[in-house]
Write a protein that binds this ligand. Structure first.
Ligand code: STR
Length: 512
């Protein structure tokens, strides 16, 4: 009896203390804080987040009740959800540096050796230096480089040959291999052939990571849950250890035959930057202090590799799904390809300007199914404001890109797949009809691979659609338009049919 009395007493005083603390916090700031979802001690707003819908859709719906910017508690972390582009741009661009922080979570710490990468690493001088080097290296080997175009086209050619051999297939592994080989050439000057066991293992670990990392699982909200057996965390650690072995192997090989005179790839460029920083030890920047330890380099290459593969593959899969659902769009792209390129040569990057409808389709895919619908959470590095609301230092800020891209005030029928919305009324030139469009994020943490991704999407899709008409595989249902929520919004598996277009064989003498 006595212990029950004690427990009740603790519970009641605990609740009173908690409510009082919350009130104190609000009145101390004397500032208007965003409307908040209900908050309970320990669990925070978890009860209000129970929903059959994925988080980005739920957050979009919650605007009706709480307005476009509201707050909630994830365990003991305060989180602000931003659903409108005006505030999103304030966070990402106007106050980009103030909001450039990243939260540390259990799963991202496992993936990145405690934030020693660029995507999930916190903001610091070392981070800025590190990112600058990667940006420079990507520019050198990526955008504008003729060799990267050659690499993508070679992969597109080999993908088309496979589509010829097996008309009906789950195209996902082949798309992944094509995209992986582009990133592999860029990072390591290597590539995988079909059935390569190293590639098969990469497919598995990468999917395992996407399934388990940075999706606000319970262990990320309540880190103390790590003390209990946790199947997801075990799976993540296993996948990360396989990835690390693979990265370490590439790293050792590169170090073994590194030369100051030749820069074969991105890893060479990073190694050179590291060596330069080491030789500059006289200045007060050492390789370690600027964030170029072996761990940092490995984790960054892991980022580029993981991001390069998972994002572009996902967009290509969504593009094919929407083309299957909208054969009229597919026909119009093919008409454009036929009239601007014809059947005597294959598409190249310089055709981008003359294929506006294909470009508009890519933009629409990125709008309707953004790769990362909640981006990666940001953290306020000082006390600041978003719109009229006060934001305390350390608050996490989630940009709900899904809301921005499906905002009815900005997009007519946002649920409809309508590439024409990105074209002028004559359909001849491209535009961006609303500011509520940020498929690659913006500001200090904008996607580093945007240019590379756009090249790949354009070349792969133009090559495929010049030769094939895509449709649902016979006897299968239409591919699902709902995604599987995670660090990237992946489509559910589907089977498609690729039918060679009439007249293609006549002109080419190529494998088709
Ligand atoms: C995919 C799986 C993998 O092996 C490694 C990574 C690390 C980088 C991640 C990537 C992931 C998923 C997509 C991310 C990318 C960094 C930037 C990119 C989250 C988990 C996006 O913001 C879409």
């Amino acid at each position: 009896m006595a212990w029950m009395f004690c427990a009740c007493w603790f519970l009641v005083t605990g609740l009173i203390w908690f409510t009082w603390q919350q009130k104190l916090r609000k009145s101390a700031s004397c500032q208007q804080e965003p409307p908040s979802l209900p908050v309970l001690p320990v669990i925070g707003s978890l009860l209000s987040l129970q929903s059959p819908f994925p988080p980005h859709v739920l957050f979009t719906q919650l605007q009706k009740k709480y307005g476009h910017t509201y707050s909630l508690m994830m365990g003991n972390h305060s989180v602000i959800i931003v659903n409108r582009y005006v505030e999103a741009k304030e966070v990402l661009l106007k106050k980009g540096k103030t909001f450039a922080g990243r939260p540390r979570t259990v799963t991202t710490d496992v993936l990145t050796r405690d934030g020693k990468d660029i995507a999930f690493g916190d903001y610091s001088a070392a981070w800025r230096f590190h990112r600058k080097i990667v940006h420079g290296a990507l520019c050198m080997f990526g955008q504008g480089s003729a060799s990267i175009e050659k690499i993508i086209c070679a992969e597109a050619q080999s993908l088309c040959s496979i589509l010829c051999e097996t008309a009906t297939l789950d195209v996902s592994p082949e798309l992944t291999r094509a995209v992986t080989n582009v990133v592999c050439s860029l990072c390591f000057s290597s590539s995988y052939s079909r059935g390569d066991p190293e590639f098969e293992s990469m497919l598995l670990y990468s999917q395992g990571i996407v399934d388990t990392v940075a999706k606000d699982s319970l262990v990320d909200i309540f880190p103390w849950l790590q003390i209990f057996p946790n199947a997801e965390l075990r799976k993540l650690k296993h996948c990360v250890s396989i990835r690390d072995k693979l990265l370490q192997k590439k790293y050792d090989e590169h170090q073994a035959d590194y030369s100051d005179h030749v820069q074969r790839d991105l890893l060479d460029a990073l190694l050179r930057a590291k060596r330069n920083a080491e030789n500059n030890n006289t200045a007060d920047i050492s390789a370690e202090s600027v964030g170029l330890s072996d761990d940092h380099l490995l984790m960054t290459v892991g980022d580029i590799f993981g991001a390069g593969v998972e994002t572009t593959t996902t967009v290509l899969k969504w593009a094919i799904i929407y083309l299957i659902h909208n054969p009229q769009v597919q026909r119009r792209i093919q008409e454009e390809l036929d009239s601007k390129i014809g059947g005597h040569r294959t598409p190249q990057l310089s055709d981008r300007g003359s294929l506006p409808y294909l470009e508009a389709t890519i933009r629409e895919v990125l709008r309707i199914r953004p790769v990362a619908p909640l981006l990666i959470p940001h953290v306020a590095l000082t006390d600041t404001r978003v719109g009229d609301f006060f934001v305390r230092k350390g608050t996490r800020v989630v940009i709900n890109l899904w809301s921005l891209h499906h905002d009815e005030k900005e997009w007519m029928n946002p649920e409809c797949f309508e590439p024409g919305r990105f074209l002028n009324s004559e359909g001849t030139s491209l535009n961006i009809p609303s500011s509520s469009y940020l498929p690659f994020g913006a500001g200090v943490r904008v996607c580093l691979g945007e240019a590379l991704a756009k090249m790949e999407l354009f070349l792969f899709l133009s090559w495929i659609l010049q030769r094939f008409t895509l449709s649902v595989a016979e006897g299968h249902s239409m591919p699902c338009l709902e995604g599987k929520f995670g660090v990237v919004l992946q489509p559910v598996k589907y089977k498609m049919n690729a039918r060679p277009r009439a007249g293609w064989e006549k002109h080419k003498g190529s494998p088709c």
